[in-house]
Design a protein around this ligand. Sequence first.
Ligand SMILES: [Zn+2]
Length: 289
Amino acid sequence: MPSEPVTHEVEESDIQNGMYIGPMGGPPFPSMEGVLPSTYLDPACNGAEASIVSEAWEGAKLIVEAQTTIVSDYDYNLPHKTWLGDGLNASGKPVVEYRSKSIADNFKKLARLYGGGIDDKEIIVWRCTEGLKDEPMCSQQMGAGVLALALSAEYSGRNGHGNRVHDDKEGQLRMASFPVSTAHALLHETWHYRIVSQPRTADYATGVETTYNLARREGTRVAFTNADSYTYDGLAIYLQQTFKSRLPPTTKDHLDTLMGLDGKRPGGKMPSGKRREAVYLNKPGMLGV
Ligand SMILES: [Zn+2]
């Protein structure tokens, strides 16, 4: 059940009678309501595929709201540093400040898009075609300005986060407990849109471990242009707030470090906070590693 979200600037001739006509002609794409703004859906998509997109959108919107709405007593610093590197709010050299500003601007643009804001010349097109079923989660096979996403059968039905870990307080601390969902896939793709990320994100690392390691190894310098770094950052915030867990979900090694189970002093270079002292120091070994 593939689907391809596409963004590009619209030529006037692309929209006729409120329908999108692709550059190669073909049947008109009707507009799709209740998802991202200015969205047009391939008439080849069946009802089930359209539902996947709608459900993915609903899930992604929740993540974006968590990531871009400031809750006063929430420690955003920990997930931000975990996934986007230590240089998130760094100041000093212009290049460092440029990255910090880019991240802040990208969050604003993401919030705007998911809040329904888009320029007149920008549209989003979702296609459903055969042949993408075995594509990786993300592919950029259609050239500049166009992104393809396979919302394959593998991802369908995975909109919901956490039924499996609903009562598992320890599982909730591990990002690996949460399989990649359609919401994750859709949000990941959104981060590639030029109307969201500048510089536009690429895929230097995908998946929990690789994305975490990218932030450790390369820091904000690379992570701020990596789509999954932003995606996991949002997920970590959303999941922690949803489950009211003690920590945002992260990798096993990181969790060990945070909880002082790796032989080092708890905390290390991670940001301090009441939450950590209450949890990490008082309950060693609770993860059963
Ligand atoms: Zn990607």
